[in-house]
Design a protein around this ligand. Structure first.
Ligand code: ADP
Length: 298
């Protein structure tokens, strides 16, 4: 079973002609409420890919709780480790301009109230831990430390970009970053690497056995102690790339947890992430196991 310790949000999205300037009001289209948060998104991607998945995190007791959990429930994610706190459910306020640009304000709410005391007392039964950067650094670090000690494989998607935590890196087996997040690591650790591969390779010294850099339409690059895997993107016509990175992380973890070798898991993750780009939304756009299998057989 894959354990995801991460954020759960409701995304409130409005399409408008433009993003309002300070003091300005713009009239947008109908608001759409959809499930989001990197933790929930990655848990849903992993569950759709066929893994057994449990999520540890927190929501409030307010009306946004139900839409925030709808995708997790539908995907069959075990929510026995989800906490219901007296704080608002995490909410992302998203304005999408006609130009395609967006502006996002995240109210972390219950996500910011998760403490190490909320982590599962017993990690037996879990083989993989998947982390992101939307809970407090203390919780994420403690989850990695305990899982590492308990023999789980720890995957960490260091998103959104922030100053890297060396202690967390030391307890991470597989680090996942996009180019922007890689740059944050490279500058923090004074990496001498000249290119993406060199910078990724430098991070192996900090603890991870593998570092994957997702490169958008250029696919992904993974380095390990003795190998490198450069995978081109699966060709699609992208409609909305929201959730591509989350799909990649969730599906990679699901495939590794199901016993597939790393190159096969990376390939499946890339194809699934590309499929998620062909439809609008985050969780709604993630492929089912059958759809992914059909694309892999092509
Ligand atoms: P993030 O969304 O975290 O910034 P990326 O943009 O790097 O992450 O995308 C994650 C993965 O999604 C990529 O490694 C790739 O496999 C897939 N992907 C993203 N954009 C495209 C695209 N235009 N065509 C095909 N695959 C894509």
């Amino acid at each position: 079973t894959v354990l995801v310790v991460g954020s759960v949000n409701a995304d409130l999205t409005v399409r408008a002609p433009s993003i309002p300037a300070p003091g300005e009001t713009v009239l947008g289209e109908d608001a759409r409420v959809s499930p989001g948060g990197k933790g929930a998104n990655q848990a849903v991607a992993a569950a759709r890919a066929g893994a057994s998945v449990a999520l540890c995190g927190a929501v409030g007791r307010d009306p946004f709780r139900e839409p925030a959990l709808s995708g997790l429930t539908r995907a069959g994610v075990d929510l026995s480790g989800l906490h219901h706190l007296d704080a608002p459910t995490g909410l992302a306020l998203i304005t999408v301009a006609a130009s395609g640009e967006n502006a996002i304000t995240v109210a972390s709410g219950a996500n910011a109230r998760v403490t190490p005391a909320h982590l599962p007392a017993d990690l037996r039964g879990f083989t993989h831990l998947l982390l992101q950067g939307e809970l407090s650094p203390e919780v994420t670090r403690e989850a990695a430390r305990r899982a590492h000690a308990a023999g789980l494989t720890v995957l960490h998607n260091a998103a959104p970009a922030r100053t890297p935590d060396p202690d967390l890196l030391a307890h991470t087996h597989h680090l996942l970053v996009n180019e922007h997040e890689l740059a944050a690591f490279a500058s923090a650790f004074a990496s001498g690497g000249e290119d993406v591969a060199g910078q990724a390779r430098d991070l192996l010294a900090g603890g991870p056995q593998a570092v994957t850099v997702t490169l958008g339409a250029q696919g992904s690059l993974t380095v390990t102690g003795d190998s490198a895997y450069r995978l081109p993107a699966f060709p699609v016509t992208p409609v909305d790339t929201t959730g591509a990175g989350d799909t990649f992380c969730g599906v990679l973890t699901a495939w590794l947890a199901q016993g597939h070798p790393l190159p096969d898991a990376l390939h499946a993750a890339g194809v699934a992430a590309a499929l998620a780009c062909t439809r609008p939304g985050a969780q709604d756009a993630m492929p089912s196991r059958e759809e992914l299998a059909a694309a892999l057989a092509r």
